[in-house]
Design a protein around this ligand. Sequence first.
Ligand code: NAP
Length: 520
Amino acid sequence: MIESSLIGYSRGELGNETFQATNPATGENLITEYCSASEDEVGRACELAKLASLSMAALSGGDKAKFLGSLADRIDQSIEEIVVIMTAETGLPEARVRAETGRTRSQLLMFANLLEEGSWVDARIDRALPDRQPMPKPDLRAMLRPIGPVAVFCASNFPLAFSVAGGDSASAWAAGCPVIVKAHHAHPGTALLIGKLVVQSVQECGLPEGTFSLIFGSGRTIGQAIVKNPVVKAVGFTGSRSGGRALFDLAASRSEPIPVFAEMSSINPIFLLPDLRKEEMEKIAEGLQISATMGVGQFCTNPGVVFYPDNEIGESFRTSYLDRMKGSDGGVMLHQGILESYNSCTREMSEREGVEELTSGDESLVPSGCGASPCVLGTKIERFLNEPELSNEIFGPATLLVSYSQKEDILNVAKQLEGQLTVSLFGNEKNLAEHDNLLDILETKAGRLLFNQFPTGVEVCSSIVHGGPYPATTDSRSTSVGTGAILRFARPVCYQGFPDEFLPQELQEDNPLGLDREEG
Ligand code: NAP
């Protein structure tokens, strides 16, 4: 069987360049072949998106909410099909697939609710003061409007929640933007299944054809062709630092540069502050093992580096963590490329002078196919501070344990850290008070700071921040999870001096939509 891209309502050509997904649990190729789109097809998808832009921008919040709700229902009704194809393409356990389906559905509904309420448009009204001296003040009204067509790159590690109808697409549609999705080569069948549901909902809700296209093909050719197309006005991406950076540079080099919201790499450091008690260390070791091995470590918020005090209590943490990791199950990684990168990064780091491999899990528990086992490495703070390579992300169930002896060590690490999605502190209130400028420094380094909690298990809600300074993302002002994600795909427009009936309803004098507005 051969499948092709979805260009609006039509199917792409059956060209010669095809690829297949591989079951990472067995190493076998799955039978369906997928044709890469041609550059012409990318051009057609972009033209359709351009045509759709104006009518999508004119949709009411209720119209967009109806579309998102319809898609959420379709995804819910297709869960059994999703389970079959996604487990085969990703090696993820059924429970995770079901949970991610639920998350994808609830993300769509979260944006639908936001649109129904409507105040996200941040309406601001400054009424005219014709008698103001020395100059009259004009009537000024501003609100957020859609940025235009958005290119979305599916993430390998969230085949639903950050792929075809995931957080990037949902927030772009919610903002009123058409979406052109570049499928990930590792899970094309999951992408196509969801893509067909999107097309059905687009048609059912009477949205324009260019609301959505799904493109198969290599990132370096087809993915880049999408980003280069002048119709595209923003990019959403989750993946490697090299991929995100390449797209960011490409977008910046266009004659019209556009924003790229790439979520890339983060080691999510954990600091165990000095006064923790032995029982607390035991609990931390237990929680850390769960967090570091969850999803075979393939979460953006996986805790990769832990700083612990070089004393008897710190040693008890280290011993307890190692005991747990030694007996940890391995797991199947998402694709061969990720497994190879994990193995080579752990090997490279363990071969560095002053770095010790403390355990590489129990080989007998490693599954076949793309099976990987957890890895714990150890080093001392002086080495960590002097070797920037030790701060590189290892994507997978690897932890670097770093012992420190002085309070200043923690501050020095904090000052030196690259941008992170999260930083976690474990300690008590006395520790926090003693390290008060630590929080000030860390606030400049991460999108989310945690106290006595682990970073995995990202809550999808209004106050979540899933972002951070580079290289965690390419735009530290943004979040890719939660309602705030919509702001990436909207831009402020000010209307000066317009008669009421020509203003968007959100800005009209009698506030027909009943929005929360800033009025002066
Ligand atoms: P990836 O290699 O960055 O690929 C993600 C998407 O970007 C794919 O569609 C890929 O196209 C495309 N792409 C990659 N490089 C590109 C380039 N130079 N120009 C245009 N498009 C490009 O990520 P991955 O496959 O998910 O995993 C590989 C590594 O990424 C992992 O080992 C890990 O280190 C990292 N990763 C990090 C996170 C995180 O959240 N921190 C999440 C996932 C992965 P193709 O389909 O053609 O490859």
